[in-house]
Design a protein. Sequence first.
Length: 137
Amino acid sequence: MAVGPVRRDDDTAEFFDAATDGVFLIRRCGQCSAAAEPQAKTCPSCGSADLRSEEASGGARVVSWSVVHGRQTVDGPPIRTVVVVAELDEGPWWWSQLADADPDTVHVGQRLRICFERSGEHEPVPVFRLADDTDGS
């Protein structure tokens, strides 16, 4: 399953500008330093609205996953897409597609890295890929 098209707006422009450069942004609280997901408006720990964006490391671990079964292809088996909930190395959870992975080999705790894919001329969308030993993740 290919990633779908997304469109930017004023609230997502900073995130997609960074994604275009291959950078995944999270939010960091200026009051208590807690990390939050990219779309956070207030700190999940202290409730402050004093959030700033910062570059995430790009590493994560599988918390949970599901396999989405698509229709059978003309000359092959049905397409199976893995969707994961992952804990970023900074702490927040993020869910996305796990690209190029055999659904039968995914397991809790598995190391991931964030990458970006585009649908045509649309914005780059974060997806996960399995981390390998050379990733340092």
